[in-house]
Structures are given as structure tokens and as C-alpha cells.
Ligand binder design. Sequence first.
Ligand SMILES: *Cc1c(COP(=O)(O)O)cnc(C)c1O
Length: 485
Amino acid sequence: MKNAAGTSGLIMNEPLLWERGKKGRKGMSIPEHDVPMVQVDSAVQGAGPDFPDLSEVDVVRHYTRLSQWNFGVDTGLYPLGSCTMKYNPKTNERQAATPAIAGAHPMLDDEYAQGTLKIMYDLQQYLKNITGMAAATLQPSAGAQGELTGMLIFDAYHRSKGSKRNKILIPDTAHGTNPASAALCGYKPVPVASNADGVLDVETIRQLMDEETAGIMVTNPNTLGLFETNIREVAEIVHAKGGLVYGDGANMNAIMGIVDLSKCGVDVMHLNLHKTFSTPHGGGGPGAGPVCVTKELEKFLPIPHVLKDDDTYRLDWDNPDSIGRVHGYHGNYGVLVKAYSYILTMGADGLKKASQLAVLNANYIKEKLKTALYLPYDKPCMHECVFSDAKQHELKITTLDIAKRLIDYGFHPPTVYFPLVVQGAIMIEPTETECKEDIDQFIETILVILEEAKENPEILHEAPTRTKLKRLDETLAARKPCLCG
Ligand SMILES: *Cc1c(COP(=O)(O)O)cnc(C)c1O
């Protein structure tokens, strides 16, 4: 291999600040006092926290060194893709930090909040355009909360029809949050097996859908990175029995400006602004999971809802059919601003191009690696491709070994052992921002590792070998984390 993305080298050890500090060290010099000294009450004096004494350079080096132990999308290609964190243009952070926006008080009366309300109103319009749906709410603060909002809307809809339904169809390629959200609303998830092509089977749906079933939750593209080609027929079957179709749109990165979800028969869907629309969310937050619905379901959306009368924006609370509030104030406002900024800076053509490139990059990787790694569904994929370690079984090399060895070469491992329908899954989502040279380097690295697997399998079992810490007992590391480096 010409050049690995990473080498070992100047990665510093770093003690805790308490070990680094030394009594009497100071972070800054302040002028001599010019007022008489006063003895502070000893009870107060002794009550302070046990902070270490440190110089400025101690602190700067400490945090800079810690930051160098991390790998992020600003460091290199991150094959976990939009699902975890794609590269987000920095300008969107700047817009969200604009003092007039970041400092706006959430309890301002509408007349003093016209700008912030306009951003919300326009963002709702953009999301409606992008998805093809009729109405939107920005309140939910994550994909899973969007799903919960959607399920509450399903429930409100069925109750409005006087119909009692207690089950919901969930394909085995759906995201794990789908059955959990449905169960929270009292629906019993009914698993639906996907067919040999990795997508929903029309006949299976026809057999399972009945008048006790509230509808179906479809992740599209599904977690195998495949487009649900039978979605329309599936929707027709579900609708014919009075059910609704929920579209999990967390994977919009593959289909922005390309697929009109309303034409696919989707009634309710969410988007993950923190995945597709420019919010860094590594480590679990922050997020926003706006929900879009058809005209018929608009009245069930959470309140308050931003409306526009002539040129004036206002929060509308007057909606007796609403499921109520699902978030305090205006949702996760900073995330909404980043999405607004991202959509405006990309434009309609730019968003479509981003999806096209995300899909192209994933298919390129799929084609380049499919002889070396087992590809369970050999057909065009969307924004991600899913391999497995089946070809490496006879060498006793597993997905985990390959993932850990990637770290030695300076790459973050991809998603492993998910989706569950593929044993030993290796899911790669490169996203749109990676150039061909970086993708080629990633591909070459995997190929080198798979050669090593044949010639020197031991090194893969031991990997990572070039990191500060070697292979950890993952269960122990999760249960009893040692945070002192
Ligand atoms: C990430 C994801 C979710 C859940 O979104 P959160 O914001 O993490 O709650 C749901 N569905 C799919 C397909 C996802 O990728």
C-alpha cells in the first residue's frame, strides 16, 4: 500500500488534571489587590471543590492532547456515514450561533420573534417540498421521538374513525427504534420478514395486514441500504384495510430531491435533521426529528404550529384534534437553524446532487469490494452497502477483527453487526463529501487487511496494535469504563 491514512507517532500520554496540577500553580496573573484583606468565614472557605492548581499551558496541552485521542469526521473518512455523522459544512454552525438567533428567548411574544418564526415556517415549507408531504411539525427532538409522534398520530386517526387497532407491521429491516416507538403507544409489533432480495414482499404483507392492524412502519431506504421497491403496492394493501403507512425517513441522505414520499403512499414520516441536514451529533445529541404528514392528518400535528397570516408569523394553539405538545417551546431550535442554513446554501439542485453522490460513492465501494467480502444482496444499493465476513470464516477472521485492524491504518471502523438480518454485517456508508482518492485509499486498506487475513491472521486477532490501548474486553469496557486514560 502506498500510504496508510494513519501512522503511530506523536500521540501523547496524559494524566488526570489532578495528577498534573501542583499546589500554587496559576492559570493567570491578576494585579495586586488594593483593598484590605478580609478573612473569609472558615465554613465557606473549606467548602469549595477540590480543583487542581494548573498553569494555562497545562490546561491547553491537557485538552489538546485529549482531543488528539479522538477520531472524527474532521480527521478523516468516517464510514459510519450520515447515520452517525457525515461531514457538515461549518457555515451552518456559524448561522446557528448568530447572537440574534442563539440569544432569542423562547418566551418572546410572536411580534418580537418574527425572524425566528419565519425560519421555522420556511423550514416547514422546505421539508414539505423535499418530502412531497402536505404539512410538518418541527417539534420532535430525535428520530425516535418523531416515530413516537407519528404513532400518536396513527392512534388519534384511528380513534377519530372509531376504529380500535392494536398491532403494527414492522419489517425485519426496520430500525430498532421503530418497534420500540410503536410499543410505547401500545401497539404490538408484528415482525415482517423481507424477501430474498432484501425488500418487502407484497404477498407477505397481504397475509399479515388486517383490520386490527394500525398500519406499517417502513424504513426506506431500509437498513440494508436498499430501496423498498414494492412500497406503493404495500401501501395500497395497508390502506385498503384502513391502515396507515409510516415512513422512517432517517435515511433521506439517499433520496433528497429524488423520491416523493407522498407518491409512495406514505402518510406520516420523520426526517433526522441531525443525520441528513447538517448537525454534528456524535455522542448522542442534539437532534431534531420533524414529522411530515398528509393533508388528512394535518389536524393531528402537535401544537403550537407556526402559521403565516399575510406577512405575519404566529404560533397557533387552536387545534382541538392535536395530539398536544411533544417538546417544550420551539423544539431543538439550533438544529433547525443548521438545517435551514444547509438547505438554503445547497439549494434544490445541490441537495439532489448530494444524494446522487452519496449513492454513487456507496455503489463504487460495493463494486470494488464485492469479490473480497461477501455481498449478501448483490444489486444496486442506496447510500450504504452491507457486506459480511462469510468469506473470511474459514480463516477464522471475523467482522470485529477487520474493524479493529482498520484502526491501525487510520480509519474509523464502519457499523458492524447491524443490520441483524445479515450475520457478521459490515455496513459502509461513505456519504457524498468523500473524494475518489480518499474512498480509494479506504478500499485499498480493506483489501490489504483481507490479504493480511490470509497471510498473517494473528495480527488481525490482536488488532488494534498501534493504538494507545489494545483490544479491549468490550463488555467490561462498557460496564466498568476506566476514564483515566
Ligand atoms: C437513526 C435512526 C433512527 C433513530 O433516530 P434517533 O435520532 O437516533 O432517535 C430511526 N430510524 C433509522 C432508519 C435511523 O437510522
